[in-house]
Design a protein. Structure first.
Length: 598
């Protein structure tokens, strides 16, 4: 009975799109008799520790039962989360079956996958096929009479919300008596959108791109892709490491997939042609579409990709975002032309929408006074691993201008000491951090020695003793919990074998760090809300990427050569870095004019 209840609750969570909660509810967290731990008083009496302090008694207890104690504490935490999930699902469990529900929320994965591969992604799709054809299942491999009968019984059991199915046997008997009569109208269906994410999109042969108008010579094509969607996948794979799972896509790949997905949906649904048949006129029309999309294409961002309510857009794009989308699509088509998949790139003839400013949004940075306030608040955080992580990360971002993904992917293997050289043409010594930036480009960034000492204390608090240089392959930033350090083997200098960001051993995910940083910046803003409301608003908007802009602006203002700043932050073009020089000059000039006016 307990297992059945757990399965029903997990199915309810999956139906709502929360697969993490569904996995949590499937866990059997009943205590093991072999793992029962003695009470602290019993342990103290047995070990003769009555004369010691409670802290020393707890330390001895943890040393004796460290692993079992950690497992038991983890089990208690999961039990609390399970209880919270049960209470939150109490109302959701009473929700009826709906046409908008995905098939994977009600059927086993193997059956839902077969249905989705043939255009049956939701219960509305399944109902429509059953209502239109009594032998609909013959066109779906892997579904025979038995599975089709079970699916029909499921739909009939929920006819109150899905609608009644036609009685084909009665209709056949009636057709013998009244041939040529009008067929009974099917029950009205809730209108559903044909918009599907890239991984679930099923296109007919005429729109798949197999016979695209501008396909290149197949014998000279360097891609094994046979259609447009496979060509997009090859392009995404060339942008970074892909390990076969969606979660392993880098931030750049996710952003590029979003733009390619939008255009593929638009060109096939609105223009009724394949991506490889797109003309310049199609591209111009798509530019206008991004600036003013129909309401049917827009929806909230929080809807999961598998749900029927998912939409590719949230609303009209700004000129800046539209220009970025066009540049990504130009990159896609340029890649396909270079590999021989297409004969031309129509995006080269499309002018992006005009915008007031170009280059990076260099206004997203903190002033010297705001950064000083952040550092003061940072020093007052209560002790703990979470506070230490933030006290270590923010100064590093400010001192180096690293991207968030670059910082969280760094390990102790990437940190090395270089001796000082007497040659004036040699690089000066000190600590250097090797990071992998966009396009898998490696660069070395100097880090302050004081920060490395702070890192050693942070690693010791996480359970790693010894010199920083002697710790192999440990992520620089770990979770906000204490526990035994994982077993780490030295992987040499091969960076391809290292875990991806958010999945590294004893590492922290970008989303978890981002949430912690936003909470901290909100605290900083609250303390300035009365005295400096404008600065408080600015701090609430800040993020990890603001620290990158802050580093560039502060470094240039301190007199660091622009070429050095460009190398440190990994800008491909010096023009991008010099934008900050012009802005810093304009900011000083504006300040001087305001002072003279006062």
């Amino acid at each position: 009975m307990t297992g059945w209840i757990r399965g029903e609750l997990a199915a309810t969570a999956a139906r709502g799109g929360n697969f993490g909660r569904a996995h949590l509810l499937r866990l059997d967290l009943s205590p093991r008799s072999s793992a029962e731990l003695p009470a602290l008083d019993t342990f103290v009496a047995a070990e003769g520790l009555d004369g010691f302090s409670e802290a020393e008694q707890q330390a001895a207890y943890a040393a004796r039962y460290g692993t079992a104690l950690a497992q038991d504490q983890r089990r208690v935490q999961l039990l609390r989360r399970q209880l919270f999930a049960v209470h939150s699902l109490e109302a959701q469990a009473a929700l009826p079956v709906a046409l908008q529900d995905g098939c994977e929320a009600w059927f086993v994965d193997s059956l839902a996958t077969r249905l989705a591969a043939h255009g049956v992604a939701t219960l509305a799709d399944l109902y429509a096929r059953m209502a239109a054809n009594p032998v609909w299942w013959r066109d779906v491999p892997g579904i025979g009479v038995g599975k089709a009968g079970a699916l029909r019984r499921f739909v009939e059991a929920h006819a109150g919300t899905l609608g009644p199915l036609p009685n084909w046997e009665a209709a056949a008997d009636a057709s013998d008596a009244t041939r040529g009569g009008a067929a009974a109208p099917l029950p009205a269906l809730v209108p559903l959108s044909p918009l599907m994410p890239l991984e679930r999109l099923v296109l007919p042969d005429s729109l798949s791109g197999r016979d695209g108008r501008f396909r290149g010579d197949r014998a000279r094509c360097h891609l094994a892709a046979d259609d447009d969607r496979a060509a997009i996948s090859a392009w995404l794979a060339a942008k970074g490491p892909v390990l076969g799972a969606q979660a392993c896509l880098t931030h750049t790949q996710l952003a590029y997939r979003k733009e390619a997905e939008r255009f593929l949906l638009w060109i096939t649904l609105e223009r009724r042609c394949a991506l490889s048949s797109a003309t310049v006129e199609d591209c111009l029309a798509y530019r206008d579409f991004l600036l003013d999309p129909p309401a049917a294409w827009c929806g909230p961002r929080a809807v999961p990709r598998w749900q029927a309510g998912w939409r590719p857009l949230e609303g009209p794009l700004s000129p800046r975002s539209c220009s970025y989308a066009l540049s990504v699509l130009g990159n896609l088509f340029g890649f396909l032309v270079h590999q021989g998949y297409l004969v031309g790139n129509p995006w080269r003839a499309v002018t992006p929408p005009k915008r007031r400013s170009s280059g990076p949004d260099i206004g997203r940075g903190l002033t010297a006074a705001q950064w000083a306030h952040v550092r003061k608040t940072l020093a007052c955080l209560p002790a703990g691993l979470a506070a230490q992580r933030l006290q270590l990360a923010l100064p590093l971002l400010h001192a180096t201008g690293l991207r968030l993904a670059e910082m969280l992917a760094a390990t102790t293997d990437d940190l090395r000491w270089e001796d000082w050289a007497e040659d004036a043409f040699s690089r000066r010594g000190g600590w250097w951090l090797t990071v992998q930036g966009k396009g898998a480009k490696l660069r070395e960034v100097p880090v302050p020695p004081a920060w490395v000492e702070q890192l050693a204390a942070y690693l010791a608090a996480r359970g790693y003793a010894g010199d920083v240089a002697q710790q192999p392959g440990i992520p620089l930033f770990g979770p906000a919990r204490r526990g035994p350090p994982p077993v780490v083997s030295r992987g040499g200098s091969d960076r391809s074998s290292r875990p991806s960001p958010g999945q590294s051993r004893d590492g922290v995910s970008a989303s978890a760090f981002h949430r912690q940083l936003k909470r901290f910046l909100a605290t900083c803003a609250d303390s300035l809300a009365q005295s400096e409301p404008a600065a408080a608003v600015r701090l609430r908007r800040a993020s990890a990427h603001w620290m990158r802009h802050t580093h560039i602006s502060h470094a240039l203002a301190a007199g660091v050569p622009v070429e050095v700043v460009q190398q440190n932050v990994g800008h491909a073009s010096l023009d991008t870095t010099t934008c900050y020089v012009r802005t810093e000059h304009a900011r000083r000039q504006s300040l001087m004019e305001r002072l003279w006016a006062e």
